[in-house]
Design a protein around this ligand. Structure first.
Ligand code: LLP
Length: 434
């Protein structure tokens, strides 16, 4: 959960800092990221999977999925802790390099890598391109050949496993666009093709079945599908060095639901991997968590500017909006919301909390039972550290918010608020309109 949040005498604090004061000092809307929480989340992965290395002598690598939040301070913090990177674009690869992530801890995902991105990845000598199609494999081989290099490739398989999550964030079903189908033999065909190519080096099998998984069983199913395939490959004389099981561990957005921990995940994956120890030499294990590393560490603070009553509801209007954090509008996602001054825990009222954009879907929470909120109060939207700022946009000509980091050393601005001038900085008016 959100271990960095405490409430003392009705005052909400983040890493010990009074949230209302932070909002006053740094302005709203404001993203607050907690260093202590990120460190905890990362360390739990390392601790939980230590056993894999102890049992097998093989590596365990966490490649943080940059898409969750690619702010440079966050990626540097994780890199400093020893975390690798899962990148899905030239921009993310650029960020990983600026974050000093060693090349052997960078993997490149995505279903439409461009030639320019492939060149960048080969130049960076990354651990693997996770190949999503035969077409991509051919382009990687050709590009590496032109460069006089050999590219490391892993193959993203589509295992047809139901992750039991929101349809918009499930990826490992036959109907999804991702991966090479195993059942029909396409995945095997691709790897056999790669075996005959001179400029690719087969290193791994990759899989990712979806995000915000709240049940361990799909991970076990996924691990089996991947490992069964690795056994098939051995029969063909192809040795797999790395198995990458993707990301996907969920977080408790709703504080009443129980979510498996990193330890639960580790137990399930390690036990399943061990079932194969007599069949093959076990591979290095890579995971690419995004959400479970940073989501709980982030809070979005918005200031209440207006309160309005309609015949059917009471609306709390805040200056944060769907452009800052689009998960509720896009996925009907639930995020816990709380005022930062809790006046009376026992006297609650039912309210809707909305942003100020001209869209009916710009609502952060409906029918929430909250302590009394007044104009000028600060409201906190929790668990926004992942897929918050990274999916923010400028809709309604709103600058993206400032982001600060709370750490033991103090409070730091880690992303500046966009100005009106920033908003127009890429627009060009043709001469005849000047
Ligand atoms: N690896 C691959 C190949 C992925 O596609 C993803 C996420 C991850 C790793 C990281 O998954 P995580 O550990 O964060 O679940 N915008 C959506 C989430 C989209 C996830 C896309 N892929 C949301 O806000 O819920």
């Amino acid at each position: 959960g959100n271990e960095m949040i405490t409430v003392e005498d009705g005052i909400l604090k983040i890493d010990g800092y009074n949230a209302t004061e932070l909002a006053k000092e740094y302005g709203t809307p404001l993203y607050v990221m907690s260093e202590s929480q990120i460190v905890k989340n990362f360390t739990r992965y390392v601790e939980a999977f230590k056993e894999y290395t102890e049992k097998t002598g093989k590596e365990f690598i966490v490649g943080y999925a940059y898409k969750a939040n690619s702010n440079l301070a966050i990626t540097r913090l994780l890199s400093k802790l020893g975390c690798g990177a899962d990148v899905v674009s030239g921009g993310e690869l650029y960020t990983a390099k600026l974050s000093n992530v060693p090349s052997e801890k960078i993997v490149f995902n995505g279903n439409c890598k461009t030639k320019d991105e492939i060149i960048m990845g080969i130049e960076a000598n990354i651990r693997s391109f996770n190949v999503d199609s035969i077409s991509e494999l051919i382009l990687i081989n050709e590009t590496a050949k032109e460069m006089g290099k050999v590219a490391n490739v892993a193959f993203r398989i589509n295992p047809n496993v139901n992750p039991k999550t929101h349809p918009k964030i499930s990826t490992g079903l036959k109907k999804n666009k991702f991966g090479l189908d195993v059942e029909s033999g396409i995945a095997m065909k691709a790897i056999k093709m790669a075996k005959d190519m001179e400029n690719v080096n087969i290193v791994g099998v990759h899989c990712h079945i979806g995000s915000q998984l709240t049940d361990i069983t799909p991970f076990i199913e996924e691990t089996r599908k991947v490992m069964d395939f690795v056994v098939e490959l051995k029969k063909e004389g192809i040795k797999i060095k790395d198995v990458n099981l993707g990301g996907g561990l969920g977080i408790p957005y709703d504080k009443n639901t129980e979510i498996p921990t990193q330890k639960d995940l580790a137990n399930a994956i390690i036990n399943t991997m061990m079932e194969y120890k007599d069949k093959i030499e076990l591979p290095n294990l890579i995971l690419e968590p995004g959400r479970s590393l940073v989501a709980t560490a982030g809070v979005l603070l918005g200031k209440v500017h207006h309160i309005k009553e309609t015949p059917v509801a009471k609306w709390i209007m805040v200056d944060a909006g769907m452009n800052d954090m689009m998960r509720p509008a896009m996925y009907d996602a639930y995020h816990e919301i709380t005022p930062c001054i809790i006046r009376n825990e026992n006297k609650k009222e039912v309210v809707n909390i909305a942003g100020g954009l001209c869209e009916s879907s710009d609502v952060f929470g409906k029918d929430r039972e909250l302590p009394k909120i007044e104009v000028n109060d600060i409201v906190a939207i929790l668990d926004v550290g992942a897929y918050g700022i990274s999916m923010a946009n400028n809709y309604n000509a709103r600058g993206r918010p400032r982001m600060i980091l709370t750490s033991e050393k103090g409070v730091y601005i880690i992303r500046e608020r966009e100005t009106y001038a920033d908003l127009l900085s890429k627009d060009i008016v043709p001469n005849y309109l000047l």
